[in-house]
Design a protein around this ligand. Structure first.
Ligand code: SF4
Length: 613
């Protein structure tokens, strides 16, 4: 039950960290100011929104822009416009939903096809469409004909299900429903991204591959939960004996959160919170707490062999309960049951055929059988690696670290902004005598012109022709060829998208599915474990590589890009371009240094088994 102390909230509430919502009320310390990188993102987002709105006004003479003013006036104007069936409402403010405790300002309100009710559309400065022929095509409508009726499938292109976008649209949907102005023929919302079309989303469809609940269901649960968090925080503020509902956990939002200066030290105290481990999120953290595991040391102390059985679906609870109750020579079959063949086979594989042998199982680890986590053994190894004395360990079963090498090697690293890729950096290494197919060393394919689709595809075509030519010469001269990236999810996604835009889909797909295309992140991650970030900046430290530029990182590179293409002072623009090229050159050099280290040194690192079986 929500107390009246919680004022109506915007859609951001559902998509943000609940702890952040709590600290926004409590204000346990001075929040960190927004970083320049974050400020830039906000500013570019506002500029993009203004561009799109200007374009929409040109295209839709009948559009109504809700004038700035008092919130109540804007809400009344928006409601009146919807009741008058205005064909496009820009900058509106939906009537405050006092029962649902919602406020919201969708960028666009578009009438349903039958003019009964409206749909919300937001403008976001990011890409909404991926090239993905394997998924159902995105349904998009053009800016000159915005409505769902004009939407058509875009073959080979799938809509990105960005959770934060969909929860925002679900928030507007609930507000439209509360106002009696929601379209009656389906819960749909749209996003206009840098693709410059309306990408439509069915808010009653599953939110994503890992989330079967619909966007509406997830939104309802998340928004309601955060309202409870806010209510508890308000009560705690009035009476510190009243408990808070949530506590910090390290999530992807933390690095840019104003409260990291408060949460970070708490999480890093002592052996450190389990959420500091890669891929250990809210859910896993809560399950560990349920089992009395509150930090990385306690997680590291769990029994790996027992965890493997739990992860494989073996219910160890009856076995643990039988210890000391039944005789030690009782066959496991008598405890597990004759029908559970798969479980018995897994136990036998682990050398457990009698209760006596089961005594070696870890009781506290076996207790996880009530909520089995498939990656519990991995989490235990991550915790051990994080707290172990070596900077990295070989994974279980890895005797020698292997990395594919070639006679001709090319490290590839792209740099992009929201609107597209402006730089493909390459580093050619020749490891075969007699090569005359082109020079070794760094080569950058870049454009410093303002980003347009033509600029981006022209650059990609140039880069691709060079890469394909080099690969072709290597093949003709009987040499092996390898091209490396660090994290194929990033590079591969851009390759697919730009290949589709340049009629190179089959050619690029043949390359990226071949052994010639190597993801060094995967090479690293499948053979080594550190318990911390596996980003290139982090793992390059293992081989002693450092970047020449200050503050190397994707966020900083965007700040420099703005200067490189937009600075009025030519010297400032040149300095920014030099920074970006030096940064990119070191990114590919770091990948080469890491590869050499993987090849020559990494095998001498200890196996993770030295920290416990
Ligand atoms: S630092 Fe992380 S856990 Fe803390 S409020 Fe921010 S996002 Fe949430």
């Amino acid at each position: 039950m929500i107390t009246p102390d919680v004022p109506p909230q915007g859609g951001y509430l559902a998509k943000q960290c609940p702890v952040r919502a709590q600290w926004d009320v409590i204000r346990p310390t001075e929040p960190r100011p927004d970083s320049p990188v974050l400020e830039r993102r906000f500013a570019r987002g506002r500029e993009f929104e203004q561009q799109i709105v200007a374009r929409l006004i040109d295209l839709h003479p009948g559009a109504l822009i809700i004038a700035p003013g008092e919130r109540a006036d804007r809400e009344a104007d928006t409601l009146a416009a919807m009741r008058a069936a205005v064909p496009l409402i820009l900058g509106g403010r939906l009537p405050t939903d006092l029962i649902g405790r919602r406020v919201g300002e969708p960028d666009l309100l578009i009438p349903a096809d039958d003019q009964a009710g409206y749909r919300a559309v937001d403008i976001k400065h990011h890409r909404c469409l991926d090239a993905d022929p394997g998924r159902p095509p995105a349904h998009c409508s053009p800016l000159h004909h915005l409505g769902w009726a004009a939407a058509a499938p875009v073959p080979g292109s799938a809509a990105r299900n960005r959770r934060e976008d969909l929860l925002q649209l679900a928030h507007y949907q609930r507000m439209l429903e509360a106002a009696g102005m929601a379209a009656g023929d389906g819960r749909l919302g749209g996003i206009i991204g840098v693709d410059r079309v309306v990408a439509w989303y069915d808010l009653d469809a599953a939110l994503g591959r890992q989330e079967r609940r619909s966007a509406m269901q997830v939104y309802d649960a998340e928004f309601e939960f955060r309202l409870q968090v806010l209510a508890a925080a308000a009560e705690h503020l009035a009476d510190p004996d009243r408990p808070l509902l949530v506590e910090p956990a390290r999530i992807s939002e933390c690095p840019e959160c104003p409260w990291w200066s408060w949460c970070g030290p708490q999480l890093q105290t002592g052996p450190g919170d389990v959420s500091l481990l890669p891929r250990v999120g809210w859910r896993a953290r809560r399950m560990h707490r349920d089992h009395g595991v509150t930090n990385r040391a306690e997680l590291a102390a769990l029994d790996h062999r027992t965890a493997t059985l739990v992860a494989d679906g073996v219910d160890l609870r009856p076995i643990i309960a039988a210890l000391g109750t039944l005789p030690d020579d009782t066959p496991i079959t008598a405890v597990v049951g004759a029908r559970k063949r798969a479980q018995r086979a897994r136990l036998a594989g682990a050398g457990i055929r009698t209760l006596h042998q089961a005594r070696a199982l870890g009781k506290s680890t076996a207790a996880y059988a009530d909520q089995p986590m498939r990656d519990l053994p991995e989490q235990i190894d991550l915790a051990r690696a994080a707290l172990g004395g070596a900077p990295a360990y070989r994974r279980r079963g890895v005797r020698r670290v292997e990395v594919p090498r070639g006679d001709v090697e090319v490290d590839i690293d792209l740099e992009n902004v929201e609107d597209g890729v402006y730089l493909w950096g390459t580093l050619v290494t020749i490891r075969s005598p007699g090569w005359a197919g082109g020079p070794a060393g760094y080569r950058a394919f870049c454009r410093w012109a303002p980003m347009t689709a033509a600029v981006e595809t022209g650059l990609f075509a140039e880069f691709w022709a060079w890469l394909a030519g080099l690969r072709g010469v290597a093949a003709e001269t009987g040499r092996t060829f390898r091209a490396y990236c660090y994290n194929a999810a990033a590079e591969g996604g851009q390759l697919r998208r730009l290949a589709a835009a340049t009629d190179l889909t089959d050619e690029v797909a043949a390359f990226t599915s071949s052994a010639d295309w190597v993801d060094l992140l995967r090479v690293f991650d499948t053979q080594l474990i550190t318990g911390s970030s596996t980003g290139l900046k982090a793992v390059a430290r293992l081989c002693g590589f450092t970047w020449a530029v200050q503050d190397p990182g994707g966020g900083e590179s965007m700040l420099h890009y703005d200067q490189a293409v937009g600075a009025a002072d030519p010297a400032a623009a040149q300095a920014a371009r030099d920074w970006l090229l030096a940064y990119n050159r070191d990114d590919v050099a770091a990948a080469l240094a890491l590869r050499d280290w993987l090849d020559q040194t990494a095998s001498s690192y200890p196996p993770i088994e030295v920290l416990g079986t």
